[in-house]
Ligand binder design. Structure first.
Ligand SMILES: NC(=O)c1ccc[n+]([C@@H]2O[C@H](COP(=O)([O-])OP(=O)(O)OC[C@H]3O[C@@H](n4cnc5c(N)ncnc54)[C@H](OP(=O)(O)O)[C@@H]3O)[C@@H](O)[C@H]2O)c1
Length: 303
């Protein structure tokens, strides 16, 4: 089986490649080798490989950057997924694509269901929604996995920023307490993506994806501030040397230091559908935080 992974150098793409390389013929592409803005290169690349499955983990993920780089965000997150889906349809490949909780406005007070109407409040969310819609419109065999608040033991993510501030700064650290969501470790995300892939393969002897959108995060939810508290608590237990004390983490509100892009205040997603599909009960978000802080702590240990 030939599997293309796009965005192979990203947080998720890297973890997917690690897992897939041991079970299948892997064709990894990073931004240098396959720029999602180059539509004719996308088409030529896919046609020359004739893959069984295309996984798109590539995206323009800077939520604030998208406000000023609107065109690029729409090219990468909106147009390119449609091209990938067209090519998947033409060569009979399945397509797994990732989207975001930011397709929702965050103005309700219960977890979002897959068929709740999206209503993004920023350019990043608009561009990702366009990508979803372009895929669905082609009628190819797709799965769109909406995830949220992705972090890993490396890369530019919330956990990395909190630990970097905690180990290099002194004084108070303000973290917003009025944005609620579900932190999603990249290990969890890659494992569940593989579970979906393997289930489809075992049921269809191919990658005839069920043409569905799923919400894919661990269970539970928290605020950015409480996420940071958990990271600090675990870092202290793992003996990572913090210069900022736990009590110097301060709950703050978004309006005090607003970002360029508006954030949904509540973007928790209901994951019952994917749990039922996989016949699994997902773990709570804390578990992967603990695992990831432990992995980071090992990097701090002297050799
Ligand atoms: N990170 C989150 O908090 C979050 C939340 C919800 C949903 N998601 C979705 O989850 C998926 C995986 O995200 P992630 O956290 O793994 O993001 P990531 O670490 O930023 O990885 C995205 C990858 O795509 C690459 N890329 C950017 N522009 C590209 C282009 N024009 N052509 C080809 N590749 C390009 C990036 O390369 P460069 O780094 O060199 O630009 C990067 O390697 C994405 O679909 C994202 O929208 C992420």
């Amino acid at each position: 089986m030939k599997i293309i992974v796009i965005g192979s150098a990203g947080q998720l793409g890297y973890q997917l490649c690690r897992r897939i390389s041991s079970i299948s013929q892997l064709y990894p592409f990073d931004k240098k080798s396959l720029d999602l803005c180059d539509h004719s290169l996308i088409r030529r690349t896919i046609r020359s490989i004739a893959p069984d499955l295309i996984i798109n983990a590539g995206a323009y993920t800077s939520v604030d950057g998208a406000e000023s780089n609107r065109m690029r965000a729409f090219q990468v997150n909106g147009d390119a997924p449609g091209i990938l889906a067209e090519e998947a349809g033409l060569c009979g490949a399945g397509l797994i694509h990732f989207s975001t909780d930011y397709v929702f406005s965050g103005n309700i007070s219960r977890p979002y269901l897959e068929d709740d109407p999206p209503n993004p409040v920023n350019v990043y969310g608009e561009s990702k929604l366009m990508g979803e819609r372009n895929i669905v419109a082609t009628g190819c065999n797709y799965v769109v996995l909406r995830t949220a608040w992705v972090y890993s033991d490396s890369g530019n993510n919330f956990m990395g920023k909190i630990l970097s501030a905690g180990t290099s700064q002194t004084g108070l650290l303000n973290v917003v307490d009025d944005q609620i969501g579900t932190p999603t470790g990249v290990g969890f995300l890659a494992d569940k993506t593989l579970d979906i892939m393997l289930k489809v393969y075992s049921e269809t002897s191919g990658f005839y994806m069920p043409k569905r959108v799923f919400h894919l995060t661990p269970t539970g939810f928290t605020s950015r501030y409480n996420f940071a508290v958990r990271i600090f608590q675990r870092a202290i237990e793992e003996r990572i040397e913090l210069k900022i004390a736990l009590e110097d983490l301060q709950p703050s509100v978004t309006t005090v230091s607003p970002n360029l892009a508006i954030r949904p205040p509540y973007s928790v997603m209901n994951t019952d559908s994917v749990q039922k599909y996989l016949a699994q009960e997902f773990e709570d978000w804390h578990k992967e935080v603990d695992i990831t802080v432990k992995q980071i702590a090992r990097k701090f240990e002297p050799l």
